[in-house]
Design a protein around this ligand. Sequence first.
Ligand code: ADP
Length: 486
Amino acid sequence: LKSLLNDPSLLCSKAYVAGEWVDAKAGETFDVTNPARGDILTTVPDLEVAEAARAIDKAYAVQKDWAAHTGKERAAIIRKWYDLVVENQTDLGTILTAEMGKPLEEAVGEVLYAASYIEWFGEEAKRIYGETIPGHLRDKRITVQKEPVGVVASITPWNFPAAMIARKVAPALAAGCAFVARPAKETPLSALALALLAERAGVPKGVFSVITSSRASKIGKEFCDNPKVRKLTFTGSTEVGRILMGQCAPQIMKLSLELGGNAPFIVFDDADVDAAVQGALVSKFRNNGQTCVCSNRIYVQEGVYEEFSKKLAEKVSQMVVGDGLIDGVTTGPLIDMNGLEKVEEHIKDATSKGARIIAGGKRHALGSTFFEPTVLADVTSEMMVTNEETFGPLAPLFKFKTEEEAVKAANDTIFGLASYFYSRDLNRVNRVQEALEYGIVGVNTGLVSTEVAPFGGVKQSGLGREGSHHGMEDFLEMKYICTHVD
Ligand code: ADP
């Protein structure tokens, strides 16, 4: 991998703790592997809880000084960081593809997406406005001041190794918080490279640490129990989110959760079918289906069902599966065998209950965790795919008759992250976007992610929002000051 990089030093094999690049204490390390080839990219320290605690101590010690920088000073450093990320986009994309599997073009896209959060929140650092409220008595003055919450800890998944961290650390640093990240053990390299560039940009020592560790639950527990941590921000499954929420209760810790989704994608009879097929392709197969906003259930009205299924199956059959570092590949491997087996299980369950495979359907000839992009027709609500996120390249098509029926089915889930629908009827567009119980609604589009908009879910998909000016609020506390004036 080093030989593919313009700047080989971006491939880090040390953790970044309290402003120092550290080796494993007792020589304990874990391997970072390439899911497309199975080879070991490098090994990184498998840190213990004590190292996480050391990072938190240092973060606590330096946070006040970081917060004392003016917004403009923090913004300048964060801007420099953004510039470095953009300058190194190809290297960062290559590292990302190597550790995670997504095609290089998509990986570079993710790096720029991550950078966009760094840029956006750096700019917001200058705009953390308070408020003056007309007093309730003649001799009282009321002001509201915004202050950073303090030390923030993060736990992130492997599916967006750069973007998931960037959209947490950027607002935290912009707000004046210090930050301790624990990236997924599958993909620590993007996080370490981002931290290296942050250091080069001038982020002070200890303000941003990256704890590489295979001990997810132990490190997670320390993040929740350590009294110096004031906020936990997590992206991952609803199941783990529930555990963390419970663990944060004793300290009444501030908590942001970006959890699972089960996104519906509805195509009405009056939709532009070609546009809907295109939207379904990007929303379902981006990142090989391993995205929490990926459409998981595709509802198609009976009048366009045949046309839509045929066109989607045709496009899906043309996708090119392979090693993401090879030119022209559109679809990489799944992250691991468990991911692959889940896709297989969903297909087996659905076909045993009457679904038809109209594209793909089995492991790819390339072996390992490569899987053929798949479309299933005639899927019904009794099948597993209805209630569980597949997190893989499987598009299940459900046929429906009425708008009411589609909206009811779409909302019939514990999740409420992203939803999508296609229609050209203005009244229907308004009715349906109001009726969908989701934090995000894509109307005639399958791509909704941007740093300028609030990303987040309702119901069991999470708490809080990331991105936009709302994304800053989760890292700020309000202080109300009441002043008596004689
Ligand atoms: P995913 O299926 O996307 O990996 P998970 O919720 O299992 O979702 O994992 C998200 C992140 O949370 C990963 O970095 C994982 O290592 C971490 N994790 C898993 N279990 C725990 C736990 N009990 N406490 C803290 N972190 C955890």
